[in-house]
Design a protein around this ligand. Structure first.
Ligand SMILES: O=C(CO)COP(=O)(O)O
Length: 242
């Protein structure tokens, strides 16, 4: 039985005060969602501690958006596993296309970060996906399978979430067709040793396309940017119609 995980990726949005305001608005909605759905918010580092202290038994789980592979050290601007677990973080996004594109993340550093997350008991959400050019050149499959091959070396597939995020669908309003997302996710699953890994779709997920996406057999959840930023739209997404 695969776990359904709905995760919001706030990226570089919301101060601590804004995050707390969101929480108050969102808490009542999340408690109505069916129990078999894990609801995760991956927020900026500066909001993690305040949110953690204000969850008060809520079923919301917290996630970070990056983790360094060392436990501590001279790594200006980075954050370690123990720093995250100490404040109640359970998940961490690794290898998001924005980190690969703007911050020099490579499959090698993604692999190191994945190993660190698992070492410190965090569940990594590994992001993979192709650019518009790669899709046009029929390189979608080879690109994604190439990423997985390098990223997953030595990784325990029983403590892993994967998000398929076609880069051309991120923040563009251009959602991947649900059948196509289902096909690519099925392909990813076929290459994994553990067929029960939760595999999410991400890229312009909105309240008006969530039902269709979640109805697809291979899609086990979503990783959502823009539409996770307001309690109203995020509430509709976590309460999608099964
Ligand atoms: O990058 C994403 C989630 O990680 C998707 O962002 P959008 O939902 O804003 O397209």
């Amino acid at each position: 039985m695969r776990k359904i995980i709905l995760a919001g990726n706030w990226k570089m949005y919301k101060t601590q005060a804004e995050a707390l305001e969101f929480l108050e608005g969102f808490k009542p909605t999340v408690e109505d969602a069916p129990e078999n759905r894990e609801v995760v918010l991956c927020v900026p580092f500066t909001a993690l501690s305040a949110l953690s202290k204000n969850l008060h038994g809520s079923r919301i789980r917290l996630g970070a958006q990056n983790i360094h592979w060392e436990e501590a050290g001279a790594y200006t601007g980075e954050i370690s596993g123990p720093m995250l677990t100490e404040i109640g973080v359970r998940y961490v996004i690794i290898g998001h296309s924005e980190r690969r594109q703007y911050f020099g993340e490579t499959d090698e550093t993604v692999n190191l970060r994945l190993k660190a997350a698992q070492k410190y008991g965090l569940i990594p959400i590994l992001c993979v996906g192709e650019t518009k050019e790669q899709r046009a050149a029929n390189e979608t499959e080879s690109h994604i399978l190439g990423q997985l091959e390098k990223d997953l070396v030595g990784i325990d597939q029983t403590k892993l979430v994967i998000a398929y995020e076609p880069i051309w669908a991120i923040g563009t309003g251009e959602t991947c067709e649900s059948d196509e997302a289902n096909r690519v996710i099925g392909l990813i699953r076929s290459k994994l040793d553990n067929k029960n890994v939760t595999i999410q779709y991400g890229g312009s997920v909105k309240p008006d396309n969530i039902d269709e996406l979640m109805a697809k057999p291979e899609i086990d959840g979503v990783l959502v940017g823009g539409a996770s930023l307001t309690p109203d739209s995020w509430g509709k997404i976590v309460n999608y119609r099964a």
